[in-house]
Design a protein around this ligand. Sequence first.
Ligand code: ATP
Ligand code: MG
Ligand code: MG
Ligand code: MG
Length: 473
Amino acid sequence: MKTSEIRQKFLSFFESKAHHIVSSASLVPGNDPTLLFTNAGMVQFKDVFTGKETRPYNRATSSQRCVRAGGKHNDLENVGYTARHHTFFEMLGNFSFGDYFKQDAIRYAWELLTTVYKLPAEKLWVTVYQEDDEAYDIWASEIGVPKERIIRIGDKGGVRYNSDNFWQMADTGPCGPCSEIFYDHGPDVWGGPPGSPEEDGDRYIEVWNLVFMQFERSADGTMTPLPKPCVDTGMGLERISAVLQHVHSNYEIDLFQSLIQAAARETKTSDLSNNSLKVIADHIRACSFLSIDGVIPSNEGRGYVLRRIIRRALRHGHKLGQKGLFFYRLVQDLGLVMGEAYPELISQRERIEQVLRQEEERFSETLENGMRILEGALVNLPADAKLDGQTLFTLYDTYGFPVDLTADICRERGIEVDLDGFEVAMENQRQMARASGKFKTAEGLSYSGVQTRFDGYTTLEGSGTVTALYVDG
Ligand code: ATP
Ligand code: MG
Ligand code: MG
Ligand code: MG
């Protein structure tokens, strides 16, 4: 079954259960300035869950484009390392706005997986929130999942409402206990069932999360019950496609294989299993879709996340020996595999290419030299030492290497980076700038006299402003 059919079957199934098919919303959330990107199908329905907005339907289904790079759910660091994470992916979902709750959510999910997609029931494992006896009983008694394959997941480290089986969109917003469905890819792959010490492996892959939305969390942590319990589910299209296409990694599905071949063609790489090709294939999707939704590379906020993703892709091209421009050419290939579902990829092709090409030209001027500086520093690095903050800062300031890019190169070689030292170097520069009355980096970033805190790869949600790597505070 091709990815496009799998998407269609999902939507048709829920349409047959009286769900209204809703198109994907933009990656830039229209209803929430604190959220960096749409990171789940529920984002466009956030206000419907809390009762602030009403719709002419109380059941919906969608295939939502999502980006998880920066923000609460950040998978940028996972791309190239796991079989199941992307920066950009599609989330299939069904939603109940105060209509059905746990029982039907679980029944529908099981019916779709075992009768429409025809997955063998014995390969499916489920988790429930530690205290959720109701969900446990539905899985055990009504659906008949053997108890050995139903796992209760509690609160990690005693931090209530922060565990894997309590889902939240961000630090604020609708949330609730959840029940996740895993597929066992078999003993050839390393990993253990959810909750076991080896759960980080990729043998048991989470395919679907059913969230039983019950609360709205406010900035001070208070949990207020929603007007009515709701359902929000999310299934990664690429993950279920891997299962249905009998492959283990998302990168082996039809859509990704085409993109990987295109990346290999453009970078003249013969080994299709090279990891850098996966990263490039992932990143061309994120960058093209962010461009479609109006994000342009810049030095702050969403634009800086886009810039970081583009530069990562270019660095992987460089690693493959590609010295010329290549990345923007993949937009056309992406149009071939996803243009039917997303006609904007075709109609906006030239604009996307132009945005990416410009960034590519800009960065290729400094990439080569920056890599030389970095290689020089790494060669001289004593065993077990971290890469020093001044080098990180020079790479950032003079060569346009986002810190996470340098950190990623170091990670490939088992070397840590000194982020505190980077902060110190940044502060020194700031002091000097203050003394001379101005402070501008090579990137054109200018700083006011306010303290700037390194916020690494994480989050700004809840802080009220959207910022990228550096936030005032
Ligand atoms: P994981 O534990 O594997 O990181 P998650 O629990 O963070 O996944 P959810 O927030 O529950 O994921 O999202 C719902 C579904 O979306 C997941 O079950 C999965 O199928 C899919 N999904 C989540 N993150 C990604 C990603 N980075 N790339 C591809 N699919 C994803
Ligand atoms: Mg995750
Ligand atoms: Mg999970
Ligand atoms: Mg999950």
